[in-house]
Design a protein around this ligand. Structure first.
Ligand code: 5CA
Length: 445
């Protein structure tokens, strides 16, 4: 993309009502525009990151054997009357009435709808196990929408639902989700800690939240710092293997890590003092096992191999897709702007032309641009007639992990400069070597 043809409405001033770094930088970098409290439009740069995050979520869901579907945002109220949640959900639910006076709602989550879908088609245990998921906009009329996309009213969520014959199978689905979530967050450059949590309005006996440690997080968390050393890395886990998934689950949820809702001071004090940690965290996902809470009242039953009709065991599993943009920025920024992890960056690198209009500089930039595209990399070429300082400030603000700087002086020696946004370190390289370096950095592992 050439910056002169892009829509990147960056702002120099700090927006007055944005209290935390991620909100400030998303507004200043022209990623989102507020349309009403907690409701945002996504501008090209923000949408690009959102799509990258969605893509990772899709890939990891499907790697775990989960099937994508797409349910609507608007739901009929009767489904919620059947489950008993229509009245219980309270003022967070946006209720609407259509022209025929039918009660509808903008879905805050989809347990009822998916259970209805299941009972419409499936009646035998032979169709199980089954996990369906979608990535869809949700609406929760939060009393205090704040911090930009972190606590929106309209927000994008991946929500998935497992259907299993037995509790044991459903707990495998729970463990499998935990493993796949660890991998998902690691690919986004995040350290997300599974913490024992409370079921809230979704319900359930087993539930873990995934938290990113950040001072600006809304949750109070208590943990054994040993959890910080746990990484899935390149480990291949067979998602069909109950024992293997359980082993990862036990490893990652072994050390004490809880939100304040489930915190237990006596257990906490058993952790060696030097590892006993308190902090704040951003909840980027939550998994639940709730058994037959929805399948029983809504009649989602299957015939088992003994010929008996039994309600299926279910769980639901959410990832805060739009919130993740904020969480990633909270975890990765400095005083100049965002620092995107390579896994989610909107463009793989920036190209800064120090002297637009200089024949050699323009040609070198065009050649680099074309060479990167050939390698499947997407550069953002700052081809504006603007002084170098302004170009650097824009690149630093929008946070591309790599920048290639091209100027007449370097070109006389046949070199350009490759700079890491994270470390600020630069290297002089020939254009070919710079392209090869980036190709290597972004090569799939
Ligand atoms: N049905 C279950 C699992 S699919 C569910 O709704 N879970 S949830 O309530 O925990 O939401 C899943 C994730 O959505 C949360 O972990 C959080 O990351 C994100 N989320 C929840 N509320 C908001 C909000 N107001 N703004 C942005 N993200 C949110």
């Amino acid at each position: 993309m050439r910056l002169t043809r892009y829509f990147l409405p960056v702002m120099k001033e700090t927006p007055a009502d944005a209290q935390i770094a991620s909100h400030r930088y998303m507004l200043r970098a022209g990623m989102i525009r507020q349309q009403a409290a907690g409701i945002y439009s996504w501008l090209p740069l923000g949408l690009k990151v959102l799509r990258r995050i969605e893509q990772i979520v899709h890939e990891e869901q499907q790697r775990a054997g989960h099937l994508p579907v797409l349910m609507p945002t608007i739901q009929p109220a009767d489904l919620w009357q059947e489950s008993g949640r229509y009245n219980a959900y309270g003022p967070e639910m946006l209720r609407v009435r259509d022209r025929h006076d039918r009660d509808m709602l903008y879905g805050p989550t989809n347990e009822e709808m998916i259970t209805d879908m299941f009972r419409g088609y499936i009646s035998s245990y032979k169709s199980l196990p089954l996990t369906l998921y979608h990535i869809q906009w949700k609406f929760r009329d939060e009393i205090r929408p704040r911090f930009g996309v972190m606590r929106g009213r309209e927000f994008l969520m991946k929500d998935g639902y497992n259907f299993d014959l037995t509790k044991e199978d459903a707990l495998h689905a729970y463990n499998r989700h935990l493993v796949s979530y660890l991998r998902t967050y690691e690919r986004m450059g995040l350290k997300a800690i599974p913490m024992r949590a409370d079921g809230g309005p979704i319900g359930g006996d087993y539930t873990h939240e995934f938290l990113i440690l950040a001072e600006t997080g809304e949750s109070d968390v208590f943990y054994d710092s040993a959890v910080l050393d746990l990484h899935l890395g390149d480990r291949q886990v067979d998602y069909d293997d109950h024992v293997a998934c359980k082993a990862v689950m036990d490893e990652f949820t072994g050390p004490y890590a809880r939100t304040d809702e489930t915190h237990d001071d006596d257990l906490f004090l058993e952790i060696p003092e030097e590892r006993r940690s308190r902090g704040r965290g951003i909840e980027v996902g939550q998994i639940f096992y709730f058994g037959t809470k929805y399948s029983e009242p809504m009649g989602a039953v299957v015939v088992n191999d003994a010929g008996e009709r039994v309600p299926v065991h279910m769980g639901s599993h959410g990832i805060g897709v739009s919130r993740l943009l904020g969480a990633i920025i909270e975890a990765s920024h400095d005083e100049k702007g965002i620092i995107w992890p390579e896994g989610v960056t909107p463009f793989h690198c920036g190209i800064v032309n120090l002297k637009q209009g200089d024949a050699a500089a323009d040609k070198a930039c065009e050649d680099l641009y074309a060479a990167l595209l050939v390698k499947g990399l997407e550069p953002l070429y700052d081809d504006r007639e603007e002084r170098a300082g302004g170009k650097f400030a824009t690149m630093d603000l929008i946070g591309l992990p790599w920048r290639i700087t091209v100027g007449p002086r370097g070109l006389k020696n046949g070199v350009v400069e490759l700079t890491s946004r994270r470390t600020g370190e630069s290297e002089e390289l020939t254009p070919d070597v710079a392209v090869a370096r980036l190709e290597q950095i972004y090569a799939p592992h």
